[in-house]
Design a protein around this ligand. Structure first.
Ligand code: GDP
Ligand code: GDP
Length: 437
Protein backbone atom coordinates (compact mmCIF):
# COMPACT_ATOMS: atom_id res chain seq x y z
CA UNK A 1 0.00 0.00 0.00
CA UNK A 2 1.33 3.39 -0.96
CA UNK A 3 1.30 5.80 1.93
CA UNK A 4 -0.09 9.24 1.17
CA UNK A 5 2.36 12.14 1.25
CA UNK A 6 1.62 15.34 3.16
CA UNK A 7 3.68 18.47 2.50
CA UNK A 8 4.07 21.47 4.77
CA UNK A 9 4.38 24.71 2.82
CA UNK A 10 4.81 28.27 4.03
CA UNK A 11 7.04 31.31 4.35
CA UNK A 12 10.28 31.04 6.30
CA UNK A 13 9.87 31.38 10.09
CA UNK A 14 6.18 30.58 10.30
CA UNK A 15 7.12 27.44 12.25
CA UNK A 16 7.14 24.65 9.65
CA UNK A 17 10.06 22.72 11.05
CA UNK A 18 8.74 23.11 14.60
CA UNK A 19 5.44 21.50 13.59
CA UNK A 20 7.17 18.89 11.44
CA UNK A 21 9.25 17.81 14.41
CA UNK A 22 6.22 17.71 16.66
CA UNK A 23 4.31 15.50 14.25
CA UNK A 24 7.10 12.99 13.73
CA UNK A 25 8.47 13.43 17.25
CA UNK A 26 7.82 10.00 18.74
CA UNK A 27 8.66 8.18 15.61
CA UNK A 28 11.93 10.06 15.26
CA UNK A 29 13.16 8.71 18.58
CA UNK A 30 12.48 5.14 17.50
CA UNK A 31 14.14 5.51 14.14
CA UNK A 32 17.24 7.13 15.57
CA UNK A 33 17.83 4.17 17.84
CA UNK A 34 18.82 2.25 14.80
CA UNK A 35 22.36 2.64 13.61
CA UNK A 36 23.02 4.15 10.22
CA UNK A 37 19.77 5.99 9.73
CA UNK A 38 20.56 9.58 9.09
CA UNK A 39 19.73 12.16 11.75
CA UNK A 40 19.02 14.95 9.39
CA UNK A 41 15.39 14.32 8.60
CA UNK A 42 13.94 15.48 5.34
CA UNK A 43 10.82 13.42 5.62
CA UNK A 44 9.12 11.60 8.43
CA UNK A 45 6.40 9.07 8.81
CA UNK A 46 3.48 9.47 11.14
CA UNK A 47 0.28 7.74 12.01
CA UNK A 48 -2.93 9.36 13.18
CA UNK A 49 -6.30 7.66 13.72
CA UNK A 50 -4.73 4.49 12.31
CA UNK A 51 -3.78 6.15 9.06
CA UNK A 52 -0.10 6.12 8.17
CA UNK A 53 1.32 8.87 6.01
CA UNK A 54 4.63 10.46 5.10
CA UNK A 55 5.23 14.08 5.85
CA UNK A 56 7.78 16.47 4.42
CA UNK A 57 8.74 19.98 5.41
CA UNK A 58 9.37 21.77 2.14
CA UNK A 59 11.12 24.64 3.88
CA UNK A 60 14.69 25.43 3.06
CA UNK A 61 14.55 24.88 -0.65
CA UNK A 62 16.95 27.68 -1.32
CA UNK A 63 17.32 29.53 -4.51
CA UNK A 64 20.08 32.05 -4.95
CA UNK A 65 18.34 35.11 -6.18
CA UNK A 66 17.37 38.58 -5.06
CA UNK A 67 13.69 37.61 -5.01
CA UNK A 68 14.86 34.82 -2.78
CA UNK A 69 11.87 34.34 -0.52
CA UNK A 70 9.17 34.51 -3.12
CA UNK A 71 11.00 32.20 -5.50
CA UNK A 72 11.77 29.74 -2.77
CA UNK A 73 8.24 29.43 -1.53
CA UNK A 74 6.98 29.23 -5.07
CA UNK A 75 9.34 26.30 -5.61
CA UNK A 76 8.08 24.67 -2.42
CA UNK A 77 4.50 25.13 -3.45
CA UNK A 78 5.09 23.70 -6.92
CA UNK A 79 6.87 20.72 -5.47
CA UNK A 80 4.08 20.10 -2.99
CA UNK A 81 1.45 20.45 -5.67
CA UNK A 82 3.15 17.87 -7.87
CA UNK A 83 4.22 15.36 -5.29
CA UNK A 84 1.93 15.60 -2.26
CA UNK A 85 -1.53 14.17 -1.68
CA UNK A 86 -2.47 16.88 0.82
CA UNK A 87 -0.87 20.21 1.68
CA UNK A 88 -0.62 21.92 5.05
CA UNK A 89 -0.30 25.61 4.27
CA UNK A 90 1.23 27.23 7.30
CA UNK A 91 0.84 30.90 8.15
CA UNK A 92 1.76 33.02 11.16
CA UNK A 93 -0.84 34.55 13.48
CA UNK A 94 1.69 37.01 14.87
CA UNK A 95 2.67 38.33 11.45
CA UNK A 96 -0.87 38.24 10.05
CA UNK A 97 -1.77 37.72 6.43
CA UNK A 98 1.05 38.80 4.07
CA UNK A 99 1.21 39.29 0.29
CA UNK A 100 3.53 36.28 0.08
CA UNK A 101 0.86 34.14 1.77
CA UNK A 102 -1.63 35.33 -0.81
CA UNK A 103 0.71 34.49 -3.64
CA UNK A 104 1.22 30.95 -2.35
CA UNK A 105 -2.53 30.60 -1.86
CA UNK A 106 -3.12 31.40 -5.52
CA UNK A 107 -0.71 28.68 -6.62
CA UNK A 108 -2.19 26.15 -4.23
CA UNK A 109 -5.70 27.06 -5.22
CA UNK A 110 -5.16 26.05 -8.81
CA UNK A 111 -3.74 22.66 -7.78
CA UNK A 112 -7.06 21.19 -6.65
CA UNK A 113 -5.22 19.25 -3.98
CA UNK A 114 -6.65 19.33 -0.46
CA UNK A 115 -5.15 22.33 1.33
CA UNK A 116 -5.43 22.78 5.09
CA UNK A 117 -4.51 26.19 6.48
CA UNK A 118 -2.67 25.94 9.79
CA UNK A 119 -2.31 29.25 11.61
CA UNK A 120 0.70 28.86 13.84
CA UNK A 121 1.80 30.82 16.92
CA UNK A 122 -1.72 30.88 18.33
CA UNK A 123 -0.13 30.59 21.76
CA UNK A 124 -3.15 31.68 23.80
CA UNK A 125 -6.90 32.25 23.67
CA UNK A 126 -6.59 35.95 22.73
CA UNK A 127 -4.64 35.01 19.62
CA UNK A 128 -7.45 32.70 18.50
CA UNK A 129 -9.15 35.77 17.01
CA UNK A 130 -6.18 36.28 14.70
CA UNK A 131 -7.15 33.05 12.96
CA UNK A 132 -10.24 34.52 11.35
CA UNK A 133 -8.47 36.78 8.85
CA UNK A 134 -7.06 33.66 7.20
CA UNK A 135 -10.53 32.57 6.11
CA UNK A 136 -10.00 34.94 3.20
CA UNK A 137 -7.37 32.58 1.77
CA UNK A 138 -10.32 30.50 0.61
CA UNK A 139 -9.42 27.04 1.91
CA UNK A 140 -12.16 26.68 4.50
CA UNK A 141 -11.75 26.85 8.25
CA UNK A 142 -8.17 27.69 9.27
CA UNK A 143 -6.89 25.73 12.24
CA UNK A 144 -5.16 27.60 15.03
CA UNK A 145 -2.09 25.82 16.36
CA UNK A 146 0.94 26.54 18.48
CA UNK A 147 4.11 24.66 17.67
CA UNK A 148 5.94 25.87 20.72
CA UNK A 149 3.08 25.03 23.11
CA UNK A 150 1.88 21.94 21.27
CA UNK A 151 -1.68 23.25 20.94
CA UNK A 152 -4.11 22.29 18.20
CA UNK A 153 -1.85 19.66 16.63
CA UNK A 154 -4.46 16.95 17.18
CA UNK A 155 -7.15 19.04 15.46
CA UNK A 156 -4.77 19.71 12.60
CA UNK A 157 -3.97 16.02 12.15
CA UNK A 158 -7.67 15.10 12.34
CA UNK A 159 -8.32 17.45 9.45
CA UNK A 160 -5.29 16.31 7.45
CA UNK A 161 -6.22 12.66 7.75
CA UNK A 162 -9.86 13.35 6.84
CA UNK A 163 -8.71 15.10 3.69
CA UNK A 164 -6.29 12.47 2.46
CA UNK A 165 -7.65 11.11 -0.80
CA UNK A 166 -8.22 7.40 -1.22
CA UNK A 167 -5.15 6.16 -3.00
CA UNK A 168 -6.09 5.41 -6.55
CA UNK A 169 -3.19 3.93 -8.44
CA UNK A 170 -3.07 2.08 -11.71
CA UNK A 171 -3.72 -1.56 -11.01
CA UNK A 172 -1.14 -3.46 -13.01
CA UNK A 173 -2.02 -6.77 -11.41
CA UNK A 174 -0.20 -9.03 -8.98
CA UNK A 175 2.14 -10.59 -11.52
CA UNK A 176 3.75 -7.30 -12.53
CA UNK A 177 6.90 -6.12 -10.78
CA UNK A 178 6.86 -2.37 -10.27
CA UNK A 179 10.39 -0.99 -10.39
CA UNK A 180 11.46 2.54 -9.46
CA UNK A 181 14.88 3.94 -10.38
CA UNK A 182 16.05 6.56 -7.98
CA UNK A 183 19.22 8.53 -7.54
CA UNK A 184 20.55 12.00 -7.85
CA UNK A 185 20.66 13.91 -11.12
CA UNK A 186 23.15 12.56 -13.66
CA UNK A 187 23.64 9.22 -11.96
CA UNK A 188 22.29 7.63 -15.15
CA UNK A 189 18.61 6.93 -14.50
CA UNK A 190 17.38 7.73 -18.00
CA UNK A 191 20.36 5.97 -19.55
CA UNK A 192 19.56 2.85 -17.54
CA UNK A 193 15.89 2.97 -18.48
CA UNK A 194 16.85 3.21 -22.14
CA UNK A 195 19.44 0.46 -21.77
CA UNK A 196 16.91 -1.90 -20.16
CA UNK A 197 14.25 -1.16 -22.75
CA UNK A 198 16.79 -1.57 -25.54
CA UNK A 199 17.85 -5.01 -24.39
CA UNK A 200 17.28 -8.05 -26.51
CA UNK A 201 13.93 -9.78 -26.03
CA UNK A 202 12.44 -6.83 -24.16
CA UNK A 203 8.92 -6.07 -25.35
CA UNK A 204 7.85 -2.55 -24.52
CA UNK A 205 4.13 -2.14 -24.34
CA UNK A 206 2.71 1.18 -25.42
CA UNK A 207 0.00 1.27 -22.79
CA UNK A 208 0.78 4.46 -20.93
CA UNK A 209 0.01 4.79 -17.26
CA UNK A 210 -3.29 6.41 -16.54
CA UNK A 211 -2.49 8.38 -13.43
CA UNK A 212 -2.57 12.09 -13.94
CA UNK A 213 1.12 12.78 -13.72
CA UNK A 214 2.91 9.48 -13.95
CA UNK A 215 4.27 8.14 -17.16
CA UNK A 216 5.03 4.51 -16.44
CA UNK A 217 6.65 2.15 -18.89
CA UNK A 218 5.31 -1.41 -18.91
CA UNK A 219 7.50 -4.03 -20.56
CA UNK A 220 8.02 -7.74 -20.61
CA UNK A 221 11.09 -9.93 -20.72
CA UNK A 222 11.36 -13.73 -20.67
CA UNK A 223 7.74 -14.01 -19.66
CA UNK A 224 7.99 -11.65 -16.70
CA UNK A 225 6.05 -8.37 -16.74
CA UNK A 226 7.50 -5.17 -15.28
CA UNK A 227 6.59 -1.53 -15.02
CA UNK A 228 9.25 1.13 -14.75
CA UNK A 229 7.91 3.82 -12.47
CA UNK A 230 8.84 7.23 -13.61
CA UNK A 231 10.48 9.80 -11.40
CA UNK A 232 10.84 13.43 -12.26
CA UNK A 233 14.56 12.90 -12.67
CA UNK A 234 13.85 10.72 -15.65
CA UNK A 235 11.37 13.15 -17.09
CA UNK A 236 13.93 15.93 -16.88
CA UNK A 237 11.35 18.38 -15.70
CA UNK A 238 12.03 21.05 -13.15
CA UNK A 239 15.78 20.76 -13.53
CA UNK A 240 16.09 24.22 -12.01
CA UNK A 241 15.56 23.10 -8.45
CA UNK A 242 16.58 19.52 -8.83
CA UNK A 243 20.06 20.12 -7.53
CA UNK A 244 18.73 20.99 -4.11
CA UNK A 245 18.78 17.86 -2.07
CA UNK A 246 15.40 18.16 -0.44
CA UNK A 247 13.75 18.68 -3.77
CA UNK A 248 15.33 15.57 -5.26
CA UNK A 249 14.45 13.42 -2.29
CA UNK A 250 10.84 14.47 -2.40
CA UNK A 251 10.78 13.77 -6.10
CA UNK A 252 11.64 10.18 -5.31
CA UNK A 253 9.16 9.58 -2.50
CA UNK A 254 6.08 9.02 -4.60
CA UNK A 255 7.89 6.72 -7.02
CA UNK A 256 9.22 4.69 -4.10
CA UNK A 257 5.76 4.44 -2.56
CA UNK A 258 4.37 3.09 -5.82
CA UNK A 259 7.14 0.53 -6.38
CA UNK A 260 7.79 -3.04 -5.29
CA UNK A 261 11.49 -2.93 -6.05
CA UNK A 262 13.61 0.19 -5.77
CA UNK A 263 16.85 0.49 -7.71
CA UNK A 264 19.06 2.84 -5.73
CA UNK A 265 21.51 4.15 -8.30
CA UNK A 266 24.97 5.13 -7.15
CA UNK A 267 27.54 6.85 -9.28
CA UNK A 268 30.68 4.68 -9.32
CA UNK A 269 32.76 7.70 -10.24
CA UNK A 270 31.60 9.81 -7.31
CA UNK A 271 30.76 7.47 -4.48
CA UNK A 272 28.02 7.89 -1.90
CA UNK A 273 26.50 11.16 -0.74
CA UNK A 274 23.87 12.02 1.88
CA UNK A 275 21.12 12.19 -0.68
CA UNK A 276 21.69 8.54 -1.56
CA UNK A 277 21.19 7.73 2.11
CA UNK A 278 17.97 9.69 2.36
CA UNK A 279 16.32 7.95 -0.57
CA UNK A 280 17.59 4.51 0.39
CA UNK A 281 16.41 5.10 3.96
CA UNK A 282 13.01 6.06 2.64
CA UNK A 283 12.75 2.86 0.61
CA UNK A 284 13.76 0.85 3.67
CA UNK A 285 11.22 2.52 5.93
CA UNK A 286 8.51 2.20 3.28
CA UNK A 287 9.10 -1.55 3.33
CA UNK A 288 10.21 -1.83 -0.29
CA UNK A 289 12.69 -4.28 -1.76
CA UNK A 290 15.92 -2.55 -2.76
CA UNK A 291 18.93 -3.15 -4.96
CA UNK A 292 22.01 -0.95 -5.03
CA UNK A 293 22.95 -0.36 -8.64
CA UNK A 294 26.44 1.01 -9.03
CA UNK A 295 26.34 2.67 -12.45
CA UNK A 296 29.16 4.02 -14.65
CA UNK A 297 31.27 1.00 -13.76
CA UNK A 298 32.95 1.40 -17.15
CA UNK A 299 34.39 4.74 -16.09
CA UNK A 300 36.22 3.41 -13.05
CA UNK A 301 39.78 2.20 -13.16
CA UNK A 302 39.66 -1.25 -11.66
CA UNK A 303 41.90 -3.86 -10.13
CA UNK A 304 40.91 -7.11 -8.45
CA UNK A 305 40.02 -5.28 -5.22
CA UNK A 306 37.90 -2.46 -6.62
CA UNK A 307 34.54 -4.21 -6.52
CA UNK A 308 35.19 -5.61 -3.07
CA UNK A 309 36.17 -2.19 -1.75
CA UNK A 310 33.14 -0.51 -3.25
CA UNK A 311 30.93 -3.19 -1.75
CA UNK A 312 32.43 -2.51 1.66
CA UNK A 313 31.87 1.23 1.26
CA UNK A 314 28.21 0.64 0.51
CA UNK A 315 27.84 -1.71 3.46
CA UNK A 316 29.47 0.85 5.77
CA UNK A 317 27.17 3.64 4.65
CA UNK A 318 23.96 1.61 4.67
CA UNK A 319 24.32 -0.52 7.77
CA UNK A 320 20.58 -1.08 8.12
CA UNK A 321 20.29 -2.33 4.54
CA UNK A 322 22.75 -5.19 4.56
CA UNK A 323 20.01 -7.28 2.94
CA UNK A 324 20.15 -5.34 -0.33
CA UNK A 325 22.17 -6.92 -3.15
CA UNK A 326 24.62 -4.80 -5.13
CA UNK A 327 24.84 -4.85 -8.92
CA UNK A 328 27.71 -3.16 -10.72
CA UNK A 329 26.98 -2.17 -14.29
CA UNK A 330 27.26 0.39 -17.03
CA UNK A 331 24.16 1.81 -18.61
CA UNK A 332 26.38 3.31 -21.28
CA UNK A 333 28.31 0.24 -22.46
CA UNK A 334 25.64 -2.22 -21.22
CA UNK A 335 28.41 -4.10 -19.47
CA UNK A 336 26.87 -6.45 -16.86
CA UNK A 337 23.41 -5.10 -17.66
CA UNK A 338 22.01 -8.59 -18.18
CA UNK A 339 22.66 -9.30 -14.49
CA UNK A 340 20.09 -6.76 -13.35
CA UNK A 341 16.64 -8.17 -14.15
CA UNK A 342 17.35 -11.62 -12.66
CA UNK A 343 18.24 -9.86 -9.38
CA UNK A 344 15.03 -7.79 -9.64
CA UNK A 345 13.06 -11.03 -10.07
CA UNK A 346 14.76 -12.61 -7.11
CA UNK A 347 14.27 -9.77 -4.62
CA UNK A 348 10.69 -9.33 -5.78
CA UNK A 349 10.04 -12.98 -4.97
CA UNK A 350 11.66 -12.59 -1.56
CA UNK A 351 9.59 -9.47 -0.88
CA UNK A 352 6.41 -11.51 -1.41
CA UNK A 353 7.65 -14.69 0.27
CA UNK A 354 5.32 -16.34 2.77
CA UNK A 355 6.62 -18.82 5.34
CA UNK A 356 4.33 -21.44 6.81
CA UNK A 357 3.75 -21.04 10.51
CA UNK A 358 5.08 -24.44 11.55
CA UNK A 359 8.27 -24.00 9.51
CA UNK A 360 8.77 -20.54 10.98
CA UNK A 361 8.27 -21.82 14.50
CA UNK A 362 10.86 -24.56 14.03
CA UNK A 363 13.38 -21.84 13.23
CA UNK A 364 12.27 -19.63 16.13
CA UNK A 365 12.39 -22.53 18.61
CA UNK A 366 15.91 -23.37 17.48
CA UNK A 367 16.99 -19.76 17.76
CA UNK A 368 15.58 -19.47 21.29
CA UNK A 369 17.23 -22.73 22.33
CA UNK A 370 20.67 -21.62 21.11
CA UNK A 371 20.42 -18.13 22.58
CA UNK A 372 17.65 -17.71 25.19
CA UNK A 373 16.13 -14.22 25.51
CA UNK A 374 17.87 -12.13 28.15
CA UNK A 375 16.00 -11.24 31.30
CA UNK A 376 15.37 -7.70 32.41
CA UNK A 377 14.70 -6.66 36.03
CA UNK A 378 14.08 -10.25 36.97
CA UNK A 379 11.65 -10.91 34.11
CA UNK A 380 12.44 -13.05 31.12
CA UNK A 381 10.94 -12.69 27.68
CA UNK A 382 8.98 -15.78 26.74
CA UNK A 383 8.08 -16.33 23.10
CA UNK A 384 5.01 -18.53 22.67
CA UNK A 385 4.98 -18.64 18.90
CA UNK A 386 5.44 -16.56 15.78
CA UNK A 387 3.45 -16.16 12.62
CA UNK A 388 3.89 -14.25 9.36
CA UNK A 389 1.03 -11.78 9.03
CA UNK A 390 1.97 -9.94 5.83
CA UNK A 391 4.16 -9.83 2.73
CA UNK A 392 5.69 -6.83 0.93
CA UNK A 393 7.45 -6.55 3.29
CA UNK A 394 7.38 -9.86 5.12
CA UNK A 395 6.02 -9.07 8.58
CA UNK A 396 6.19 -11.41 11.55
CA UNK A 397 4.31 -11.22 14.80
CA UNK A 398 5.85 -12.78 17.88
CA UNK A 399 3.37 -13.62 20.62
CA UNK A 400 5.15 -13.08 23.92
CA UNK A 401 4.50 -12.69 27.64
CA UNK A 402 5.68 -9.03 27.79
CA UNK A 403 6.27 -7.09 24.55
CA UNK A 404 8.46 -4.54 26.40
CA UNK A 405 10.97 -7.28 27.13
CA UNK A 406 11.73 -7.69 23.41
CA UNK A 407 14.90 -5.68 23.00
CA UNK A 408 16.26 -4.33 19.76
CA UNK A 409 19.34 -6.55 19.95
CA UNK A 410 17.29 -9.71 20.45
CA UNK A 411 14.95 -8.69 17.67
CA UNK A 412 17.99 -8.27 15.44
CA UNK A 413 19.16 -11.75 16.46
CA UNK A 414 15.80 -13.28 15.54
CA UNK A 415 15.79 -11.41 12.25
CA UNK A 416 19.23 -12.78 11.42
CA UNK A 417 18.09 -16.32 12.19
CA UNK A 418 15.02 -15.91 10.01
CA UNK A 419 17.15 -14.53 7.20
CA UNK A 420 19.65 -17.36 7.56
CA UNK A 421 16.85 -19.88 7.24
CA UNK A 422 14.73 -18.31 4.49
CA UNK A 423 16.92 -15.81 2.59
CA UNK A 424 14.69 -12.71 2.19
CA UNK A 425 17.47 -11.13 0.16
CA UNK A 426 16.69 -7.59 -0.92
CA UNK A 427 13.72 -7.03 1.34
CA UNK A 428 13.36 -5.49 4.77
CA UNK A 429 11.48 -7.70 7.20
CA UNK A 430 9.42 -6.45 10.11
CA UNK A 431 9.19 -8.06 13.50
CA UNK A 432 6.39 -7.10 15.87
CA UNK A 433 5.75 -8.31 19.39
CA UNK A 434 2.27 -8.78 20.79
CA UNK A 435 1.13 -9.88 24.18
CA UNK A 436 -0.23 -13.39 24.06
CA UNK A 437 -3.77 -13.18 25.37
P1 GDP B 1 10.21 27.54 9.59
O1 GDP B 1 11.24 28.45 9.00
O2 GDP B 1 8.85 27.79 8.98
O3 GDP B 1 10.58 26.09 9.55
O4 GDP B 1 10.04 27.98 11.13
P2 GDP B 1 10.67 27.37 12.46
O5 GDP B 1 10.00 26.13 12.85
O6 GDP B 1 12.15 27.34 12.31
O7 GDP B 1 10.25 28.48 13.50
C1 GDP B 1 10.60 29.85 13.33
C2 GDP B 1 10.57 30.57 14.68
O8 GDP B 1 9.22 30.58 15.18
C3 GDP B 1 11.40 29.87 15.74
O9 GDP B 1 12.04 30.87 16.50
C4 GDP B 1 10.37 29.13 16.58
O10 GDP B 1 10.79 28.97 17.92
C5 GDP B 1 9.17 30.05 16.49
N1 GDP B 1 7.90 29.33 16.69
C6 GDP B 1 7.53 28.14 16.14
N2 GDP B 1 6.30 27.80 16.56
C7 GDP B 1 5.87 28.81 17.37
C8 GDP B 1 4.66 29.02 18.11
O11 GDP B 1 3.73 28.23 18.11
N3 GDP B 1 4.59 30.19 18.83
C9 GDP B 1 5.61 31.08 18.87
N4 GDP B 1 5.42 32.18 19.59
N5 GDP B 1 6.76 30.90 18.20
C10 GDP B 1 6.90 29.78 17.45
P1 GDP C 1 19.87 11.00 -14.96
O1 GDP C 1 19.90 12.47 -14.71
O2 GDP C 1 20.04 10.23 -13.68
O3 GDP C 1 18.70 10.53 -15.74
O4 GDP C 1 21.21 10.66 -15.80
P2 GDP C 1 21.40 10.44 -17.38
O5 GDP C 1 20.91 9.11 -17.78
O6 GDP C 1 20.88 11.63 -18.09
O7 GDP C 1 22.98 10.40 -17.46
C1 GDP C 1 23.78 11.51 -17.10
C2 GDP C 1 25.11 11.44 -17.82
O8 GDP C 1 25.85 10.30 -17.42
C3 GDP C 1 24.96 11.36 -19.32
O9 GDP C 1 25.96 12.14 -19.90
C4 GDP C 1 25.19 9.87 -19.61
O10 GDP C 1 25.72 9.65 -20.88
C5 GDP C 1 26.19 9.51 -18.53
N1 GDP C 1 26.09 8.08 -18.18
C6 GDP C 1 24.98 7.40 -17.86
N2 GDP C 1 25.27 6.11 -17.61
C7 GDP C 1 26.61 5.98 -17.76
C8 GDP C 1 27.53 4.88 -17.63
O11 GDP C 1 27.17 3.74 -17.31
N3 GDP C 1 28.84 5.16 -17.86
C9 GDP C 1 29.29 6.39 -18.20
N4 GDP C 1 30.59 6.54 -18.40
N5 GDP C 1 28.46 7.44 -18.33
C10 GDP C 1 27.14 7.25 -18.12
Amino acid sequence: MARPIVAIVGRPNVGKSTIFNRIIGDRLAIVEDKPGITRDRIYGTAEWNNIAFSIIDTGGIEIDDEDFILKSIRAQAELAIEEADAIVFMVDAKAGLTPADQEVAELLFRSRKPVIVAVNKVDNIQRQEDVYEFYSLGFGTPIGISGSHGLGIGDLLDTVVENLPEKEDVDYGEDVIRVALIGRPNVGKSSLVNAILGEERVIVSDVAGTTRDAIDTPFEKDGQKYVLIDTAGIRKRGKVYETTEKYSVMRSMKAIERADVVLVLINAEEGIIDQDKHVAGYAHEAGKASIFVVNKWDAVEKDEKTMQNFTQTIRDHFLYMSYAPIVFLSALTKQRLQKLLPVVNHVSEQHALRIQTHVLNDVVLDAVAINPPPSDKGKRLKISYATQVAVKPPTFVFFVNEPELMHFSYERYLENKIRAAFDFEGTPVRLLSRRKS
